[in-house]
Ligand binder design. Structure first.
Ligand SMILES: [Zn+2]
Length: 260
């Protein structure tokens, strides 16, 4: 009984948290409070009633449209709610209930939110990037991999690489190829993962960016004026490495062994 009850409770809690993540994704880039006021439809400004604000269910009942003005509701809402409902049980089943599970869930949620804020608003809020970097550095004092030195070195190295790329773009291409948000995000990634995994995340994110960039050019003919959300790719790669999937770790550790 307990084996079923625990994931179920976690899924329900994750659903509610996913609903909160949606509020953060919508409001934090605009520097609005994530607590007050109550949610309203972004088009007709009608306050959303509690029964129209139930995670997943309301989206289905309303057919994905606002009750008042019939404006379509972004598919991101049910998607993030569903991801929350999958993420929490996964973390609880894999890491148990304790500090490590809490740490993994907190940072996975942070990357999930950052993925969508960069995708939708091209903004990576300081509260999450710099706040997360400080938290990751704080956690490193209780960890071995990375310890506080690795955490500090990872953040510094990441900062220098992306800052260098930023200056390079500014000087040679006369435009910002990276934003300061990306540079602050790499502080978080470096502090959380240490130098080696930070580098792998940077490479993975760049590969994703290359594939998506080519896809955008081929499929949508959007050419060079389309600004790719590099922060979203960094966040996605970070989630993959946060869970330490054995296939991924195996692949990269093989690679690392090639380099003496
Ligand atoms: Zn409306």
């Amino acid at each position: 009984m307990e084996t079923v009850a625990l994931p179920l409770v976690a899924a329900f809690l994750g659903l509610v948290l996913g609903s909160f993540f949606n509020v953060v994704i919508h409001r934090l880039p605009k520097q609005e409070s994530v607590v007050l006021p109550r949610s309203h439809c972004p088009r007709c400004l009608t306050p959303i009633r509690w029964y129209d604000n139930l995670p997943l269910l309301s989206y289905l009942f309303l057919g994905g449209r606002c009750r008042s003005c019939k404006a379509p509701i972004s598919l991101r809402y049910p998607l993030v709610e569903a991801l929350g409902a999958l993420l929490l049980p996964y973390v609880v089943l894999r890491f148990g209930i304790g500090w490590e599970a809490l740490r993994i869930f907190l940072f996975a949620s942070t990357f999930l939110i950052l993925f969508f804020t960069d995708l939708e608003s091209r903004i990576l809020p300081d509260e999450l990037t710099l706040g997360g970097a400080l938290l990751a550095f704080g956690c490193s004092f209780f960890l071995d991999d990375p310890n506080w030195k690795g955490s500090l070195f990872g953040a510094t190295l990441g900062f220098l690489i992306l800052w260098g790329a930023y200056l390079f773009h500014l000087k040679w291409k006369k435009k910002e190829g990276l934003g300061w948000g990306d540079i602050k995000l790499i502080l978080l990634i470096g502090a959380l993962f240490g130098p080696f995994r930070m580098l792998w995340i940077l490479i993975t994110a760049s590969l994703i960016g290359l594939i998506v960039g080519l896809g955008v050019i081929v499929l949508f003919k959007r050419g060079r004026d389309y600004e790719l959300p590099f922060g979203s790719f960094l966040a996605l790669a970070s989630i993959l490495f946060l869970f330490r999937f054995s296939w991924l770790e195996h692949f990269f550790s093989k690679w690392t062994n090639l380099v003496p």
